[in-house]
Ligand binder design. Structure first.
Ligand SMILES: Cc1cc2nc3c(=O)[nH]c(=O)nc-3n(C[C@H](O)[C@H](O)[C@H](O)COP(=O)(O)O)c2cc1C
Length: 189
């Protein structure tokens, strides 16, 4: 069986963001797995404008006018599934990551998603919102999640220092994500 390709998507575009350390941690722990190869994909690197495509993405048939959207589309098309690294802003999903989702449509379909959230309260409210949002692009979000808490998983100096149990939580998430993403392959074909 061919190996799955999964992207670890860093969703925060904020200067000084905590999300980059989280994404790098996920990516490092995901190396050397049998079922999938993992790449790091950073929303910030694509400099996506705020939904500036004139055609609704669900009707555009991948014909986008904005060069940044085309580059983003080509990148997302390469992957079978995603680890969705999301902060929580004002009890909800972060706008830049939602925009990155909204500017595409078919690129997400029948792919697996595993959510790694973080925030003062673990970002779990954002995760629950993502479950509904991702269902609409026909993404399948696995049950398992990793929730990282600013006051538990970062040290007093602000450095990312995940609790001892987090690596196993992440491995459990990746196991389920890979099984789910593999099972969705006939629908992607
Ligand atoms: C605009 C804004 C709103 C926030 N709202 C929440 C919130 O509702 N709940 C929460 O747990 N943390 C909240 N936080 C704290 C963030 O989760 C925390 O700052 C985190 O580091 C943000 O991720 P980032 O640094 O990768 O952008 C908020 C942060 C920002 C910038």
């Amino acid at each position: 069986m061919t190996k799955l390709r999964i992207a670890v998507v860093i969703g925060s575009t904020r200067p000084g963001r905590k999300g980059e350390a989280v994404g790098r941690w996920v990516h490092a722990l995901a190396q050397g797995r049998d079922a999938a190869d993992y790449d790091l994909v950073d929303v910030a690197a694509f400099d996506l404008p705020l939904l500036s495509e004139p055609t609704v993405p669900g009707s555009a048939n991948r014909r986008y006018e904005v060069p940044q959207t085309r580059a983003w589309s080509e990148t997302i098309d390469r992957y079978d599934g995603f680890v969705w690294v999301s902060p929580e802003y004002n009890h909800g999903v972060p706008a830049a990551m939602k925009n990155a989702l909204d500017v595409l449509y078919p690129e997400w379909g029948f792919k697996g998603f595993g959510i790694v959230s973080y925030g003062a309260d673990g970002g779990t409210r954002a995760t629950e919102q993502w479950r509904g949002i991702l269902a609409n692009v026909m993404g399948t979000v696995v049950r398992h999640q990793v929730a990282l808490y600013e006051f538990l998983d970062w040290d007093d100096d602000g450095a990312f220092a995940p609790l001892d149990r987090r690596p196993q939580e992440l491995r459990n998430l990746l196991d389920l994500l890979e099984r789910t993403t593999a099972a969705l392959a006939p629908l992607r074909a």
